[in-house]
Design a protein around this ligand. Structure first.
Ligand SMILES: Cc1cc2nc3c(=O)[nH]c(=O)nc-3n(C[C@H](O)[C@H](O)[C@H](O)COP(=O)(O)OP(=O)(O)OC[C@H]3O[C@@H](n4cnc5c(N)ncnc54)[C@H](O)[C@@H]3O)c2cc1C
Length: 409
């Protein structure tokens, strides 16, 4: 197990500085333009691919950092650059993790390269779980996958929503119900390549923030994929379903839910780290502004009303980072999340980003409220962290249930 340390080693510092350089030189200068265009920033993704930041290798390297700090460090720096563009760069990772976690070696080898493409022809991937009537309540998912044994094909029908890169992805990872009696344990994931008949993009959402990131509905009408597109394969699925049915019969439903929650606990700190990046970016702009903007013959930071806000902002950001680092270290060390530490980190960092970016607008006064300064965009962007990958209310629910051991509703 890796020793917990709050100091990055030399190699990590080098990687952090490299990512920071890309965020400062390539992402940040492009942020306002792509926010206004509300389009996927393909040229920036391509630049990221050229330098090696948009690739599976890059994520694998950070993911397998034994201290657990590789992913949070990378996320913080990229999202410090700009949240919308950074999500366009890391969104594929969500689908890739779906394949890595559930796929066979052959599926990993076939599909992950197709998710990223190469530097001359970059591709993206989408992870499609949420539905119009199944957001926080994932178990109420309606998209069905039915096996056609004669043809060894799966037939998918349903509508997915809020899919990052949905409809423009080269590869869609679609979660669907294969046994409606088993709640979320009756779900399975399928690969649906772009161009598969019956797969189409529904509406593309016009969003409040992270506007450079494409978010859309994905419609599946009698989509047929070969048996080889079921992640993990049929044999493994049948075994898993049989085990789940046995446990359900024996009254082990709560244990099943807890197993699913443990998986989320390990992935939530990454979203917390994104929030830390956005919060830090806004805080830095506000600090610089407060030191240079003069009113009443002195810099506004000379007023305690402003300086104390900055003190609180920085304190919350550092506290959020520490929670994120703790949870990331726990995940990589195989520690049990006995107090829902992953959810704690996501909850605190998300709420911090929302608050701090709002405070930054206040410190910049009228300028903060305009699109001439980046804090207005950062504040719009920050609102997403309290919503996706489990809302703040759901994080509180998970923490409360974990602490109390009660099925709090
Ligand atoms: C920009 C964006 C990108 C996204 N990307 C993806 C993606 O790539 N793939 C994907 O599958 N999904 C994605 N999502 C979906 C996201 O995960 C969901 O929006 C989120 O889980 C919330 O679901 P919902 O929007 O249906 O809200 P709802 O679940 O309807 O919640 C509405 C409100 O009710 C509250 N609430 C619900 N249940 C409870 C409860 N039990 N106790 C207290 N409060 C409760 C919620 O906290 C929230 O405030 C994305 C969403 C957005 C906005």
């Amino acid at each position: 197990m890796a020793e917990f340390t709050m100091e990055l080693n030399d190699e990590q510092k080098e990687v952090r500085d490299w990512i920071h350089g890309f965020a400062a030189d390539v992402i940040r200068p492009a942020a306002a333009e792509w926010d206004e265009r509300e389009e996927t920033p393909w040229p920036v993704i391509q630049e990221a691919a050229k330098v090696g930041i948009y690739s599976l290798d890059f994520y694998a390297q950070q993911y397998f950092d034994p201290t657990g700090l590789g992913i949070p460090m990378a996320m913080e720096e990229l999202f410090w650059g700009d949240a919308g563009i950074a999500l366009s760069i890391v969104g594929t990772g969500l689908a890739a993790v779906g394949v890595l976690a559930n796929g066979t070696e052959e599926q990993i080898g076939t599909w992950i390269p197709q998710m990223y493409g190469d530097a001359n022809d970059v591709k993206v991937a989408a992870f499609c779980s949420s539905e119009p009537d199944a957001g926080s309540d994932v178990a109420s998912m309606r998209t069905r996958a039915v096996y056609d044994e004669a043809k060894d094909e799966w037939v998918l029908n349903g509508t997915k929503t809020w899919a990052t890169n949905g409809g423009i992805a080269n590869v869609h990872v679609v979660v669907a119900v294969v046994d409606s009696e088993l709640g979320s344990k009756g779900h399975a994931s399928f690969i649906v390549p772009l161009g598969t008949p019956g797969l189409s993009q529904g509406q593309k959402f016009k969003k409040h923030g992270i506007r450079a990131s494409h978010t859309a509905e994905v419609v599946l009408e009698n989509v047929r994929v070969p048996g080889s597109c079921l992640l993990g394969g049929k044999e493994k699925l049948d075994e898993r379903l049989a085990r789940a049915r046995e446990r359900a019969k024996a009254g082990g439903g709560e244990r099943l839910k807890n197993a699913a929650m443990a998986t989320f606990e390990a992935s939530r700190p990454a979203v917390g780290a994104m929030a830390v990046g956005t919060a830090r970016a806004a805080y830095e702009v506000a600090l610089d502004y407060a030191k240079t903007r003069e009113q009443f013959g002195r810099p506004i930071i000379d007023n305690q009303g402003v300086a104390f806000q900055l003190a609180d902002m920085r304190t919350s950001i550092d506290a959020a980072r520490l929670l994120v680092w703790r949870a990331s270290w726990m995940a990589v060390s195989g520690k049990q999340f006995t107090s829902a530490e992953g959810s704690m980190s996501k909850l605190f960092a998300s709420e911090t980003a929302k608050k701090v970016t709002g405070q930054a607008i206040q410190i910049l006064g009228g300028n903060g409220y305009t699109r001439e300064y980046p804090v207005e965009r950062m504040h719009r962007d920050a609102a997403i962290y309290t919503i996706f990958e489990g809302t703040s209310e759901i994080q509180r629910l998970v923490i409360a249930r974990t602490l109390s051991g009660m099925p709090i509703r």
